[in-house]
Design a protein around this ligand. Structure first.
Ligand SMILES: [Zn+2]
Length: 240
């Protein structure tokens, strides 16, 4: 399909740079509820390279929110199913499925070359591994988390902003069994992350830089609070 036609309804938007988007590379950590929304919209918008990282397989309990998957995909690696689905949405870009866990030992291989690290995770431990890599390599880290009706988004890019370790972020993202997550909340927060990614990749700035967006989906309310840098942060302090 002609790219001219595919991007016809977005390429003249004020501030938009389709070529810049086409040359951009993002790493999406986790292709679950957040990642399904993030990946679908970034692929559709024409981000040039989208790396999908997840070591999970599709489970029936994913289907309330992880909209890339169907019942027949249960048991299959999420990244393979997601890459196949996304590849037929946009065959002009590169989609890289990576069926691996993100650990201190694998993060460099997994995140290498990305212009932006996008958080589609559900646990703090992995988030802090990504945060540390982000700070050490000066790759911005677009954070997102959801619990029940609430969600959070921030854009970490030290030394301009704090890093994740500077904050006492809401503990909604502690990994636990049978965590309660509503599909629409994952979708809404994932779309805010996708929006922020498109702003950054196209315009080189981020609206939520140094800010935390707190969304109460039930009240349809959004609060945005400024975040402070912790001068004694164990990850970013004294590094720049
Ligand atoms: Zn920090």
């Amino acid at each position: 399909m002609s790219n001219t036609e595919r991007y016809l309804r977005q390429e003249k938007i004020n501030g938009w740079d389709q070529d810049k988007l086409a040359s951009a590379s993002v790493m999406i950590a986790g292709v679950g509820g957040l990642g399904s929304a993030i990946a679908t919209y970034l692929v559709s918008a024409g981000v040039g390279t989208v790396r999908l990282v997840d070591s999970g397989r599709v489970e029936e309990s994913n289907l309330n929110r992880q909209v890339l998957y169907t019942e027949i995909a249960v048991g299959a690696p999420k990244v393979d199913v997601a890459a196949a689905r996304l590849g037929v949405i946009n065959s002009d870009i590169t989609i890289e499925p990576v069926f691996m866990s993100i650990t201190k030992n694998t993060v460099t291989e997994i995140a290498f070359g990305a212009d932006l690290i996008i958080d589609g995770l559900d646990d703090d431990e992995t988030r802090h591994i990504l945060n540390k890599y982000s700070v050490e390599n000066q790759i911005p880290y677009l954070y997102g988390a959801v619990q029940e009706w609430e969600g959070y988004v921030s854009f970490f890019n030290p030394p301009i902003t704090p890093c994740l370790a500077c904050l006492n972020v809401p503990r909604a993202q502690e990994k636990k069994q049978n965590q309660q997550v509503l599909g629409v909340a994952s979708g809404l927060i994932g779309l805010h992350q996708a929006t922020e990614a498109l702003i950054f990749l196209s315009e080189g700035r981020a609206t939520l830089s140094g800010k935390l967006m707190i969304m109460d989906c039930k009240r349809h309310s959004i609060e945005i609070v400024s975040l402070g840098i912790d001068p004694s942060c164990p990850v970013c302090s004294g590094r720049f």
